[in-house]
Design a protein around this ligand. Structure first.
Ligand code: VGL
Ligand code: ZN
Length: 210
């Protein structure tokens, strides 16, 4: 497939932040490898937006907030099952900054998520309660965007959940696989691709974008 881009397409760059890069508190293997590709892809898009995981200290998704729990354990919360993570992307810290190696000066929006202390938000569209919206769908709709190309970190969490919500919000959604890297905890990567395929999210590689 060769996809030619138009003015209604947007590149959505998910969570390329120091805590998810090698040396960070929740480092995604090979996370830094995708940055040159994202920069190169970005130059082809008239429209670019980024997400930024942005938690208050003591966030409910941190294992450290639950005595006796360790990272990657699951707990039940009022809104469902929650994976517990190392502390990461705390508001105002270096780890929460978007990598300076990301060169997308024409990006139009950075949307923060996960800022409510008692609810996680993998998706750039809505929180894990599946009710509280971030406003991203409204923004994209007002901008006349119809197709989304999703890249970044991590394939099986924030990329996957964002792509699923984008598709169900009515955007034609593509995940550019080689411009993403995964955490892959307990089969999460296979599960994410399965859910995305079932929802009609398209899985492509960067070479398919003209
Ligand atoms: C992410 C786990 C926790 C991600 C964010 O960006 O994929 N994963 N917070
Ligand atoms: Zn997070």
């Amino acid at each position: 497939m060769s996809i030619s881009l138009n003015a209604k397409d947007l590149l959505l760059v998910i969570d390329v932040q120091y805590d998810f890069l090698p040396g960070g508190s929740l480092a995604v293997a090979g996370g830094d490898e995708i940055i040159p590709l994202i920069n190169q892809l970005g130059s082809k898009f008239a429209n670019v937006a980024l997400t930024q995981d942005w938690h208050p200290a003591g966030h409910i998704s941190f294992a450290s907030s639950h005595p006796g729990k360790v990272p990657f354990e699951l707990i039940a919360l009022p809104y469902g099952q929650q994976v517990l993570w190392p502390d990461h992307c705390v508001q105002g810290t270096h780890g929460a900054e978007i990598s300076a190696a990301i060169e997308l000066p024409h990006a139009q929006l950075i949307i923060r998520k996960g800022y409510h202390g008692d609810v996680d938000s993998y998706s750039g569209f809505q929180e894990a309660d599946r009710a509280t919206k971030t406003g991203l769908a409204g923004y994209l709709t007002e901008r006349g965007i119809t197709r989304l190309f999703v890249v970044g970190l991590a394939t099986d969490f924030c990329v996957g959940w964002s792509a699923l919500d984008a598709q169900s919000a009515g955007f034609e959604t593509y995940v550019v696989e080689d411009a993403c890297r995964a955490i892959d905890a307990n089969g999460s990567l296979a599960a994410a691709w399965h859910a995305m395929a079932a929802a009609g999210v398209k899985r492509i590689t960067s070479g398919e974008i003209a």
